[in-house]
Write a protein that binds this ligand. Structure first.
Ligand code: 8YV
Length: 320
């Protein structure tokens, strides 16, 4: 019988994923889920053929240099890959895969949760009920911003952005978007293209961020762009926290320029800018975009399908 490939799984995985890992790989698991330091990663990778990692593991040029040569493939349990230096991986001959598509629907659900939670004052309503401070019905209590009929601007109409667009259409929203390049018409599904971010922001009663974190997008959502938005707009972020300039967003939320924000992701997670914690007009989630049972299994299976293909000498399904 052929020997199973040796796989280092750096974080705890859902049961269905772990069952398949144990079945098909000679695996070293991390049941305590403690995030390893780069030195610990290198030492744990000793003798491994491949690694299955998460966004918590930074695959830097220095780490790739230090990893044993036996590691030929790294599958990241994420669609985002800003934690991996792809050029350095290529230079070291290490194949990298991610998990696109399988999480589009789940992340779009959380984008809508954040959008609705922000627009319809989900945090304040919850707090009122939970703290026993809801005295009586009142015609002007916690009035929100109506979603139906409003315009949503989607920054990054990729897989997740398109799923957000479909959900937003279900709420009767008019969809606008900005990408570096315009999509073919069939992928736009009627969404209106704006060649610049400033043009998109100018028509966005709601702005949903669905683009990756890159050198171009980091810090992009700043005071200048927010100033272009209609007064009383709402910003939603389910992509990466560092796309937003936190100081500028907070200033716009405090001044009333923005009505609210719905945030699932933050710069420097989990140590987000502490000012968000006490702001009433911010709906907060702890990076739960892909956190449904079905999607977290599908992400694991996507990693394993890629690993299986790699070790069978076939092309990976979702290489980077
Ligand atoms: C994950 C994500 O929860 O896929 C991504 O890029 O941000 C999330 O789905 C996280 O990155 C797990 O590694």
């Amino acid at each position: 019988m052929q020997k199973k490939p040796r796989l280092l799984v750096t974080r705890h995985m859902p049961d269905n994923v772990t069952t398949r890992i144990r079945r098909d790989y000679d695996a070293t698991l991390n049941p305590t889920d403690r995030i390893m330091s780069p030195e610990e990663l290198v030492s744990a990778a000793e003798g491994m053929d491949a690694m299955m990692i998460c966004g918590s593991e930074k695959i830097t040029p220095a780490l790739l240099e230090a990893l044993p040569d036996s590691v030929r493939m790294i599958a990241t349990y994420s669609v985002g890959h800003e934690h991996i230096d792809l050029a350095a991986a290529r230079a070291h001959g290490v194949t990298i895969t991610n998990t696109p598509k399988v999480l589009d629907a789940a992340v779009a659900e959380v984008a809508m949760l954040c959008l609705l939670g922000a627009a319809r004052r989900g945090h304040e309503g919850q707090t009122l009920v939970r703290q026993g401070k809801w005295a009586s019905w009142n015609s002007t209590m916690l009035l929100g911003k109506q979603v139906s009929g409003a315009r949503i601007g989607i920054l990054g109409l990729g897989g997740i952005g398109q799923a957000v667009a479909a959900a937003a259409r279900g709420f009767g929203m008019q969809v606008h978007y900005h990408n570096r390049n315009r999509l073919p018409q069939e992928e736009e599904s009627g969404a209106r293209y704006h060649a610049t971010a400033a043009e998109l922001f100018a028509v966005s009663d709601f702005l949903s961020i669905s683009c990756p974190s890159t050198d171009e997008t980091r810090g992009m959502v700043n005071a200048d762009l927010i100033a272009q938005m209609p007064d009383g707009a709402v910003i939603v972020n389910t992509a990466r926290g560092d796309i937003i300039n936190d100081g500028d967003l907070i200033a716009a939320l405090e001044s009333g320029k923005l009505f609210a924000a719905g945030l699932d992701v933050f710069a420097n997670e989990p140590n987000l800018d502490p000012r968000y914690r006490t702001m009433e007009n911010v709906f907060l989630m702890p990076h739960l975009g892909s956190a449904s049972v079905e999607t977290r299994d599908a992400m694991g299976f996507c990693c394993l399908d890629n690993l299986d293909a790699f070790f069978q000498g076939k092309p990976c399904l979702t290489p980077l």
